[in-house]
Design a protein around this ligand. Structure first.
Ligand code: CP
Length: 313
C-alpha cells in the first residue's frame, strides 16, 4: 500500500489532519495554480456522485493536472466480469493517483493493497468517506473558529451514513460531545459507540430531536436516509421521513450554530432553512474543493506551501 493512500480517516493522525486543514485554507486563497502539471488522476466511480466526483475533478483541473475515469461502471469492462483487482492493476498503469468510490465496504482498502500508486477513498459503502470528513472539519473550523470542545448533533441515518462514521473518528482528537439522534433502526453502530467509549468521548443516544438538543448544539449534522443500503424497502419507507429540520425549530438555537449536511438532501432539511444564516451546507460543499486539493497534493507527495515534492506530512 502506498503510504500516501487515504482509505480511512484513521490513516491520518492529528498533525496530518491539521496540516491538511492548513493547506485547504491555502487553496481557498489560491485555488488556481499549476502544481500538478504532468500528473494524471483517475476518478473511478462505481456508485453515483455529484459533489465528490466533480469537486475532485475540479481540484485536479484547477491545479493543472489531468483527469481520466468513469462514473458509470456499466460502460467499463467490469460489466464483462473484470474484477476490481484487475481494474485497479490496469488503471495503475496509466495514472499517478486513483480516487475511487465503490458500493462495497472495504473496496478502497482492497484497491490500495493491489497497487503501488496512492488510492483515495471517495466513499466505500456504509464504511468511510474520509475526504468528506476533511471538508466537514474545515467547515467546522471555519464557522466555529476552533475544533475543540464542540457539541455536535448527528441526525438521521447514523447506521449507514459513512460521513458520520468518519467524522466521529476524526473529532476524537478534539474533545467533542455528540448527540446521536436516530430511530432505533438507524442508530449509530456499536463499533462506533465502542470507539467513543475507548476514546473518552461523551455522547447521548436518543430518538427525540428535541428543542433542548437543538438549542445546546454548536453543529447539527443532518444526514439522508440511505435508500440504496436497505435490503428491505418497506423498512426504508417506514423510516425515511422521521427527521426533518424546519426553520422554526432554530428559533432559540445558539448564535454560533451551523447546520451541516453532506448532501444530497431529500427531506431532511426543509427549504425554509436555506435562507437562515445558520444554514451552511452549500458553503460546506464548496469547501470540498479546497479540502480535496489538499488531499490530492498530499497523495502525490506535493506540499503546496513549499511547492515541491515533500515527505513532510
Ligand atoms: N457528500 C457526497 O458524498 O455527495 P455525492 O454523493 O454527491 O458525492
Amino acid at each position: 500500500m502506498n503510504k500516501y493512500s487515504l482509505v480511512s480517516i484513521a490513516d491520518l493522525n492529528k498533525d496530518e489532519l491539521l496540516a491538511l486543514l492548513e493547506r485547504a485554507r491555502y487553496f481557498e486563497e489560491h485555488p488556481n495554480q499549476k502544481i500538478l502539471d504532468g500528473k494524471v488522476v483517475a476518478t473511478l466511480f462505481f456508485e453515483p456522485s455529484t459533489r465528490t466526483r466533480l469537486s475532485f475533478e475540479t481540484a485536479v483541473n484547477r491545479l493543472g493536472g489531468r483527469v481520466i475515469g468513469f462514473y458509470d461502471a456499466s460502460t467499463t469492462s467490469s460489466s464483462k466480469g473484470e474484477t476490481l483487482h484487475d481494474t485497479i492493476k490496469m488503471v495503475s498503469n496509466y495514472v499517478d493517483l486513483i480516487v475511487m468510490r465503490h458500493y462495497l465496504e472495504g473496496a478502497a482498502r482492497w484497491a490500495s493493497e493491489v497497487t503501488d500508486i496512492p488510492v483515495v477513498n471517495a466513499g466505500d459503502g456504509a464504511n468511510q468517506h474520509p475526504s468528506q470528513t476533511m471538508l466537514d472539519l474545515y467547515s467546522i473550523y471555519k464557522t466555529q473558529g476552533r475544533l475543540n470542545d464542540l457539541t455536535i448533533t448527528m441526525v438521521g441515518d447514523l447506521k449507514y451514513g459513512r460521513t458520520v462514521h468518519s467524522l466521529l473518528m476524526a473529532m476524537s482528537y478534539f474533545n467533542p460531545t455528540f448527540n446521536f439522534v436516530a430511530c432505533k433502526e438507524l442508530q449509530m453502530p456499536e463499533e462506533y459507540l465502542k470507539f467513543c467509549d475507548e476514546h473518552g468521548i461523551k455522547y447521548t443516544i436518543t430518538t427525540d430531536f428535541s428543542p433542548e438538543i437543538i438549542n445546546a448544539s454548536d453543529i447539527i449534522y443532518m444526514t439522508r436516509v440511505q435508500r440504496e443500503r436497505f435490503t428491505d424497502i418497506m423498512e426504508y419507507e417506514r423510516v425515511k421521513n422521521l427527521y426533518t429540520l424546519r426553520n422554526d425549530m432554530l428559533a432559540n438555537s445558539r448564535d454560533n450554530l451551523r447546520i451541516l449536511h453532506p448532501l444530497p438532501r431529500v427531506n431532511e432539511i426543509a427549504y425554509d432553512v436555506d435562507d437562515n444564516p445558520k444554514a451552511y451546507y452549500f458553503d460546506q460543499a464548496r469547501n470540498g474543493l479546497y479540502a480535496r486539493q489538499a488531499i490530492i497534493c498530499r497523495a502525490l507527495g506535493i506540499d503546496p506551501l513549499n511547492n515541491k515534492p515533500s515527505n513532510a506530512q
